[in-house]
Design a protein around this ligand. Structure first.
Ligand code: DC
Length: 216
């Protein structure tokens, strides 16, 4: 088990996905749970300030998460809505609802269940090394200057740099300041600053670290 945490656009999704492919392990992006429930909440015009209403949506269980090597898919009412959950405004809803302890608690079990389905798991998110999989043998924390992260995200999403800087600032504040499982560096994690590195360099570095630590 390897966990990779970090702020938005630190490169953790692509790095963790590539790492999982190199190791022949499963890959899980835990943001898909928050994004997916955020999407469902949006579809149902749910009140985002009503924590127990959001928990009810989770418990209705008309959603599921499926791991594939390329994407962590989210199905709602048996329909693949993965393209929708990737949108920036859904990420924003996800960030908002993720500060509710009950929402987190109800998604935790579903996330942990994913660990039993393969030879090994690379999981990425905000609290994978601290809360979801504290037993992980290797924990990585990716970080990057906010300007590099914004540049990356704005290219990915085709959104202006200025707008991306504003959204990212807000998201970082929300994710780091919440009381329930805030974004933080897990104890014993290897911190890697990706500002000056390209994706392949980061994956090489992480793979070496993992293989060395696990002796594989
Ligand atoms: O990594 P992402 O952009 O897909 O995550 C979207 C939001 O979901 C993020 O802003 C906060 C929340 N999230 C979380 O609280 N805990 C996680 N492990 C993953 C995501």
């Amino acid at each position: 088990m390897v966990t990779i945490d970090g702020p938005a656009a630190s490169g953790k999704s692509s790095v963790s996905r590539d790492l999982a492919q190199r190791l022949g392990w499963q890959w899980l992006s835990t943001g898909a749970f928050y994004r997916g429930i955020g999407y469902v909440a949006g579809e149902k015009s749910a009140d985002l300030s009503n924590e127990s209403g959001l928990v009810d949506l989770i418990n209705e269980k008309d959603w599921k998460v499926v791991m594939t090597p390329e994407r962590t898919q989210f199905f709602y009412k048996a329909k693949d809505v993965t393209d929708h959950i990737s949108l920036e405004h859904v990420g924003d809803i996800a960030s908002k609802i993720s500060h509710y302890p009950e929402v987190r608690k109800h998604l935790l079990k579903a996330q942990r269940d994913m660990a039993h389905r393969g030879p090994g798991l690379v999981a990425e998110g905000r609290d994978c090394g601290t809360v979801v999989f504290p037993q992980a043998k290797v924990k990585i924390y990716l970080t990057a200057h906010s300007s590099s992260r914004a540049q990356r995200r704005s290219e990915e999403q085709g959104v202006s740099l200025q707008k991306t800087i504003e959204t990212q600032k807000l998201r970082d504040e929300q994710d780091s300041s919440r009381k329930a499982a805030p974004l933080q560096v897990p104890e014993g994690a290897h911190v890697i600053d990706t500002s000056e590195l390209n994706q392949q360099q980061v994956v090489d570095k992480v793979e070496e670290l993992v293989r060395h630590t696990l002796g594989i």
